[in-house]
Design a protein around this ligand. Sequence first.
Ligand code: ACO
Length: 428
Amino acid sequence: MSETAKIELDGKVYELPVVVGTENEKAIDISKLRDLSGYVTLDTGYKNTGATKSAITFLDGEEGILHYRGYPIEQLAEKATFLEVAYLLIYGDLPKQSELDAFENSIKKHTLVHEDMKRFFEAYPAKAHPMGVLSSMISSLSTFYPESLDPNRSAEKKNLTVHRLIAKLPTLAAWSYKNSTSHPFMYPRNDYDYVKNFLYMMFAMPTEEYSVDPVIVSALNTLLILHADHEQNCSTSTVRIVGSSNANLYSTVSAGISALWGPLHGGANQEVIEMLEQIAADGGDVDKWVAKAKDKEDPFRLMGFGHRVYKNFDPRATIIKKACDDVLSKLGVNDPLLDIAKKLEKVALEDEYFKARNLYPNVDFYSGIIYKAIGIPTDMFTVMFALGRLPGWIAQWKEMTENKEPIGRPRQIYVGATNRNYVPISER
Ligand code: ACO
């Protein structure tokens, strides 16, 4: 007989089903509790609430485990390409060569964006943050492809929207950077692979030959894979909630981009570099900044430290730390910020405050240093995260729509004023 949980409310016992996942994670299914008892559950920030059953990503925050579709992140980061991982996340299995070829070719077909979209860029102020531009541009894609608005379109048409999005996001991301530098936009090169093409659109100039060190392409490939999915985080939950209303995929992913932008989520990678620069400019006294982070009167936090689910170590941070050392040594970059980052990590990891709260470097702690070394400007860091996270958002949206999940609509416990009568303005 399957396990159940008993909950006693107002002297009455309710038996609730226990759901067990394939990695033996357990949950109490409370979906009928309100109907049975009138009670809802309360969990602000969804710290202990499963919003869905998902077969995409497994992570164990206590053990520092991360799997995409069952494959350990360490193996994928070392051996796979980003598009191979995108295919795995979206379609469920690693592609055969013929499947990967077809997937890559389809994406290559759609890398151009409508010429009219180029004009949108002209309207943005020169200092526009590229995440704001990217989120608007991705939402605007829906206006060029109105067939994406139909939630009942065929699987083939849904697939076309998915491929268009994967193909066009790098173009729009790179152009938002070109626009901020007032340099000419570079059209995609379909003879390059996905990662190299993105770097080309970011850094090539029409006046000169383009070449890029393979070390850079490989490091970026790894970084994108590490960011590709992370189950029900803030931006992914946003994607699932927005998508649950049957909003089109472009607007849904645009909402995910906006959620990712926040400094407590994907915006942290930019904040890490800014924090390291601030510490360096202040003389590099790491102890002083660690003390600030511990001071509850001081709003300063060590950016790149702590994670909602990893309470032991972030397996992505371990891979990135190594990639960071490799890239910097192969490129011969000597970045004083890396020294500060390493000192900060050492001091914090030995400090009681951080130990007691299980605060470890997260994926963003070292990714910014790699981005900086390969020439990506600070305000593009979160755009890089969005580029990596895109297949995850798409996979989660696809799973949710295919499972015909209901519209996302949490409950609340109302704590405001109780019923009162309107008072005319002259009497208030
Ligand atoms: N520096 C100093 N103290 C911290 C930090 C930090 N970076 N992170 C958490 N703490 C402290 C809190 O003050 C709190 O202390 P208390 O128990 O004495 O009140 C305790 O650790 C628990 O922190 P919460 O904020 O309750 O943890 P939560 O799980 O809600 O937050 C978060 C996780 C948002 C990631 C947090 O650790 C943080 O703000 N980190 C810095 C921002 C960052 O790096 N974000 C990127 C996350 S990874 C990603 O999105 C890809």
